[in-house]
Design a binder for this molecule. Structure first.
Ligand code: NAP
Length: 216
């Protein structure tokens, strides 16, 4: 049975659009700022998709495309401006950033209250302590798909392959919050096949197709 992520996403988008209508009725237009530095082709596609999604949902989208030569100070100045801009409720800085910019410095400069990617250490800490504010979108999407299957994670053995800050670690924490017994595997895991075999639920976040073999 294949989980139909597109159908789930369409339903969520509808719910969000309806929520925006309610907010607008109260005189509030939610605003999202998306910042892209450089011309990474994949990032350009992601940013365009985010803009289109905002447009369809009635969210004000404020896009900032900066050159690959942008300095850390220039980007910090823009973030400071967006943090103080009352039209902006959420700030997304598209990763990866060019090498002259310290990624963690940028993520820490975003106001935790506008950190809709959930990468600021404040929001990471809230996820760890089981009191999340903003949660990273990719693992959150994974949880929405699991929820859609109707499977209760309580007491289940969940094995996560991948330990990145963006996907593996947060999805493991989200499963733990739903009372699963969680194992996190990565490139130094000794016997991945054995770990995978014990799973009731397996989440692959490696970025390589068919890494998990059928006979595992
Ligand atoms: P990543 O940072 O490259 O992390 C990959 C993880 O897989 C690492 O923890 C790595 O272990 C582990 N790994 C690599 N080879 C392994 C092996 N042979 N055995 C076990 N573990 C292994 O990738 P990511 O950012 O987490 O992304 C994961 C996937 O999610 C990718 O397919 C990416 O495209 C997708 N993604 C999608 C979205 C979206 O919005 N749709 C957003 C982000 C990511 P080490 O830590 O030991 O190196």
């Amino acid at each position: 049975k294949i989980i139909d992520g597109k159908a789930i996403a369409a339903k969520i988008r509808e719910e969000i659009a309806a929520g925006v209508v309610v907010l607008k009725g109260k005189g509030v237009t939610p605003g999202l700022a998306v910042v892209l530095v450089g011309d990474d082709p994949a990032s350009q596609v992601y940013v365009r998709m985010k803009e289109q999604a905002c447009e369809k949902a009635g969210i004000f989208s404020d896009e900032h495309k900066l050159s690959a030569e942008t300095s850390e100070a220039q980007l910090l100045a823009l973030i400071d401006e967006l943090n103080r801009d009352p039209r902006i409720d959420g700030i997304l800085v598209q990763l990866p950033l060019p090498k002259q910019i310290d990624e963690s410095k940028i993520l820490e400069a975003i106001s935790p209250k506008k950190d809709v990617d959930g990468f600021h250490p404040y929001n990471v800490g809230r996820l760890v302590t089981g009191n999340p504010l903003f949660q990273p979108c990719t693992p959150y999407g994974v949880m929405k798909m699991i929820e859609h299957t109707g499977i209760d994670l309580t007491g289940k053995e969940v094995v996560v392959v991948g330990r990145s800050n963006i996907v593996g670690k947060p999805v493991a924490l989200m499963c733990l919050a739903q009372h699963a017994t969680v194992t996190i595997c990565h490139s130094r895991t000794k016997d991945l096949a054995a770990q995978v075999a014990k799973a009731d639920v397996l989440i692959a976040a490696v970025g390589r197709a068919e890494m998990i073999k059928g006979d595992w």
